[in-house]
Write a new protein. Structure first.
Length: 328
């Protein structure tokens, strides 16, 4: 472990003196001082007290702030602004990186599914995680579902009752939990969009070389800065949330779901519990045509099972629309 991360871990237990840190980390006092100064320059305002160095009472939204107390095996790379966290994560993956979370305050060229524009102003939680899971490419959609579950859990922790529309849109209200019943167009979308997920990968026929899962959450963003069908945590809670803790919760939940031997069962069960699509009449535009019916289940690695009335269809990819009972 490098001195920087070891210092962050040591500060979790309270103030600690420079000599004690040097002894604990087996480095010189000068190395400790340099590490402390580097953390301060990064935005993690280490305090000097009579009892020694201490972590700031309210860590900033920065790499060290997110890593401080993080119960997940990710190194964080933070940017004030970047064209796309996914693009930067892909660069890191190409250079051999693994278990890195790229986080930005703002994205200037964010992308959604099918290369759609993704509005990502300052104040959101925009992050992408680089991993190298030992799975086949066919299993990659499971990690997208895991990210959706993790995002919903982080939203619920700050008091926003979010839900998932298949496969990975994180929404509020609509036909999920208490909202906007009078807006037919919004109801068809399933609610107000709070977050989206974009997964990219490179691999061979039998294994994934690297996987990048990008998550974009409209956190401390004014609704006026977003598309008409979107919302933000600020709008839903009436105030700003602690983005540092939110990002850490999201990363911890992703790791807890995705880095286990029984990931398939755990992820699918968690996704079902948080989904608003199951039990709904849906219309899914797929590359092979439109499928309409009642969504009855999700199967590994993320296929939506639809009862069409003439049998069941399994849809692996497509744009899902929630229908009212009167819709065809």
């Amino acid at each position: 472990m490098d001195t920087r991360r070891a210092l962050l871990d040591a500060l979790e237990d309270g103030p600690v003196s420079g000599p004690a840190l040097a002894a604990e980390l087996d480095v010189s006092r000068a190395a400790v001082w340099k590490a402390v100064e580097a953390l301060r320059e990064e935005g993690f305002a280490v305090e000097s007290t009579g009892a020694g160095y201490a972590a700031p009472a309210e860590p900033a939204y920065c790499a060290a702030g997110i890593e401080f107390g993080l119960d997940a095996p990710y190194e964080v790379e933070y940017h004030d602004a970047v064209p796309s966290t996914n693009d930067r994560a892909r660069e890191l993956a190409a250079d051999g990186a693994a278990d890195v979370a790229v986080v930005a305050d703002e994205q200037t060229g964010g992308r959604g599914r099918l290369d759609r524009e993704w509005v990502a102003p300052s104040g959101g939680v925009w992050l992408s995680v680089v991993t190298r899971p030992t799975v086949s490419p066919a299993r990659a959609p499971l990690f997208t579902l895991a990210a959706a579950v993790a995002t919903v859990d982080a939203c619920r922790e700050v008091g926003v009752d979010a839900h998932i529309k298949w496969p990975n849109d994180v929404l509020v209200g609509g036909d999920g939990a208490g909202g906007a019943a009078g807006d037919a167009d919004r109801s068809r979308r399933g609610g107000r969009k709070l977050a989206g997920i974009l997964t990219e990968m490179e691999g061979e026929a039998d294994r994934v070389s690297w996987l990048v899962v990008g998550v974009g959450v409209n956190a401390n963003v004014d609704p006026d800065a977003l598309p008409a069908d979107a919302t933000s945590l600020r709008a839903e809670t009436g105030g700003d949330v602690d983005r540092r803790r939110f990002a850490a919760t999201l990363l911890e939940r992703v790791a807890a779901l995705a880095q286990t031997a029984d990931r398939s069962d755990r992820i699918l069960a968690a996704w079902r519990e948080r989904a608003s699509t199951l039990g709904r009449r849906v219309r899914v535009e797929t590359p092979k045509g439109v499928v309409t019916g009642t969504a009855v289940d999700v199967e590994s690695p993320g296929a939506l099972v639809i009862d069409t009335g003439d049998g069941t269809r399994r849809v692996h990819a497509g744009d899902c629309e929630h229908l009212r009972d009167a819709d065809g």
